[in-house]
Design a protein around this ligand. Sequence first.
Ligand code: 5AD
Ligand code: SF4
Length: 481
Amino acid sequence: MEKIIDEKQQGNSLVIEPKKQNTRKLFIESYGCAMNFSDSEIVASILSKEGFNTTQNLEEADLVLVNTCSIREKAEQTVRKRLEKYNAVKRINPGMKVGVLGCMAERLKDKFLEEEKIVDLVVGPDAYKDLPNLINEVEAGRNAVNVILSKEETYADVSPVRLQSNGVSAFVSITRGCDNMCTFCVVPFTRGRERSRDPQSIVEEVNDLAAKGYKEITLLGQNVDSYLWYGGGLKKDFKDASEIQKATATNFAGLLKLVAEAQPKMRIRFSTSNPQDMTLDVIEAMAKYPNICNYIHLPVQSGSDRILQKMNRLHTREEYFSLINNIKDLIPDCGISHDIITGFPTETEEDHQDTLSLMKYVKYHFGFMFAYSERPGTMAARKFEDDVPEEIKKRRLTEIVSLQQEHSLYRTQQFIGKTVEVLIEKESKKSSEQWSGRNPQSTVVVFPKENYKIGDFVNVKIKNCTSATLIGEPVGLSENN
Ligand code: 5AD
Ligand code: SF4
């Protein structure tokens, strides 16, 4: 599963510290999940060594790269619209080259070159190290495509350039790809087999971020709970691993411990968790280490056992409830969010009611809700007719969104009168007099700036709330500073 970045953050272009000797200008923007944003930082790092500085000004770019998402049809349409915009700019600046990266590149491959004449370069998520060669090809007047997926590539040896960073929170990728094959999901096809990154390189990256003053990291993967390091490569290639390899293997709970102990003051988050892979030892590690935030993004997709099975989500509703109960037992104040899809093929009114009742049981802090969008090539597209009419999908989606709003308000109201620790991330969008940050449960908190600054951990007494935001007064710096 992928955590989709706040819609408002999508499509932002990114700028890095310019290198003086660099003369070429790269405009790079990202759509979709956090992994894409993180990958763009890897791409910027690779291209910085090739003489590219980033620019936020599309008109002056020598190279435009768009990191794309295929998760729903709408995400692809957004990218097509951006290509139209690039086309308009290319008329003024004919030397500009345009490349498509990420999931759409992988899904459409060289078909992209036929469909969108403006595209010079198509590069899949595992081929970014080949960008220097591919760009040479393009500069020699030839189109270039590399969409080869890898079983090993983790970019562990590329030190990402932190793009558009507030200097406070950063993503650290820990796994790539997904082996789960949920029937609706295009990710296993666009991002390939699951592989885990060397824990040592992860800890080094986190230490480096701490040294640069970062205060929060999010460990990223499509399915972080299946993180497993046996000493290299694809975990399934190690079926016959020796006992020694097994004894020294690091699973996700082990990785959390390593990171939490390496940087006890760093806030640690992770995304995304998959119910069937989340083990008790992960919850125990969260309970044990105060710097691991009490927040889990735990997509469920549906509350109906019949639909869960058709989705190939390898757990039942009851098993999901036991997981929720375990989380609540060990971490009573844990924030939990979800992803839900409405209108999966054959979904009946009864299935939909099951989803609503599951939501009522959990009372999620917040969630990300989507109408089913058939993706070509997926198992669902091949096996099931997309038979729930659009207006029914939409109506169910509206019902789910409004129930979630009730629950979100219930959750935010529980914080009124309490003091929570907030890491200041940025100025509030609504007022230049207020800071905005999040509490450990990942709920946004705004409060008067006073003399605090970005990157401070502040104790904030909550006075008021909306369903999405806590509003409070600062009572002092927290001990964590
Ligand atoms: N249609 C609608 N939503 C989807 N997601 C993944 N694939 C689809 C699809 N085909 C949602 C899931 C996933 C989130 C990242 O996107 O809820 O968890
Ligand atoms: Fe997530 Fe399932 Fe897609 Fe993997 S296949 S990315 S677990 S939704």
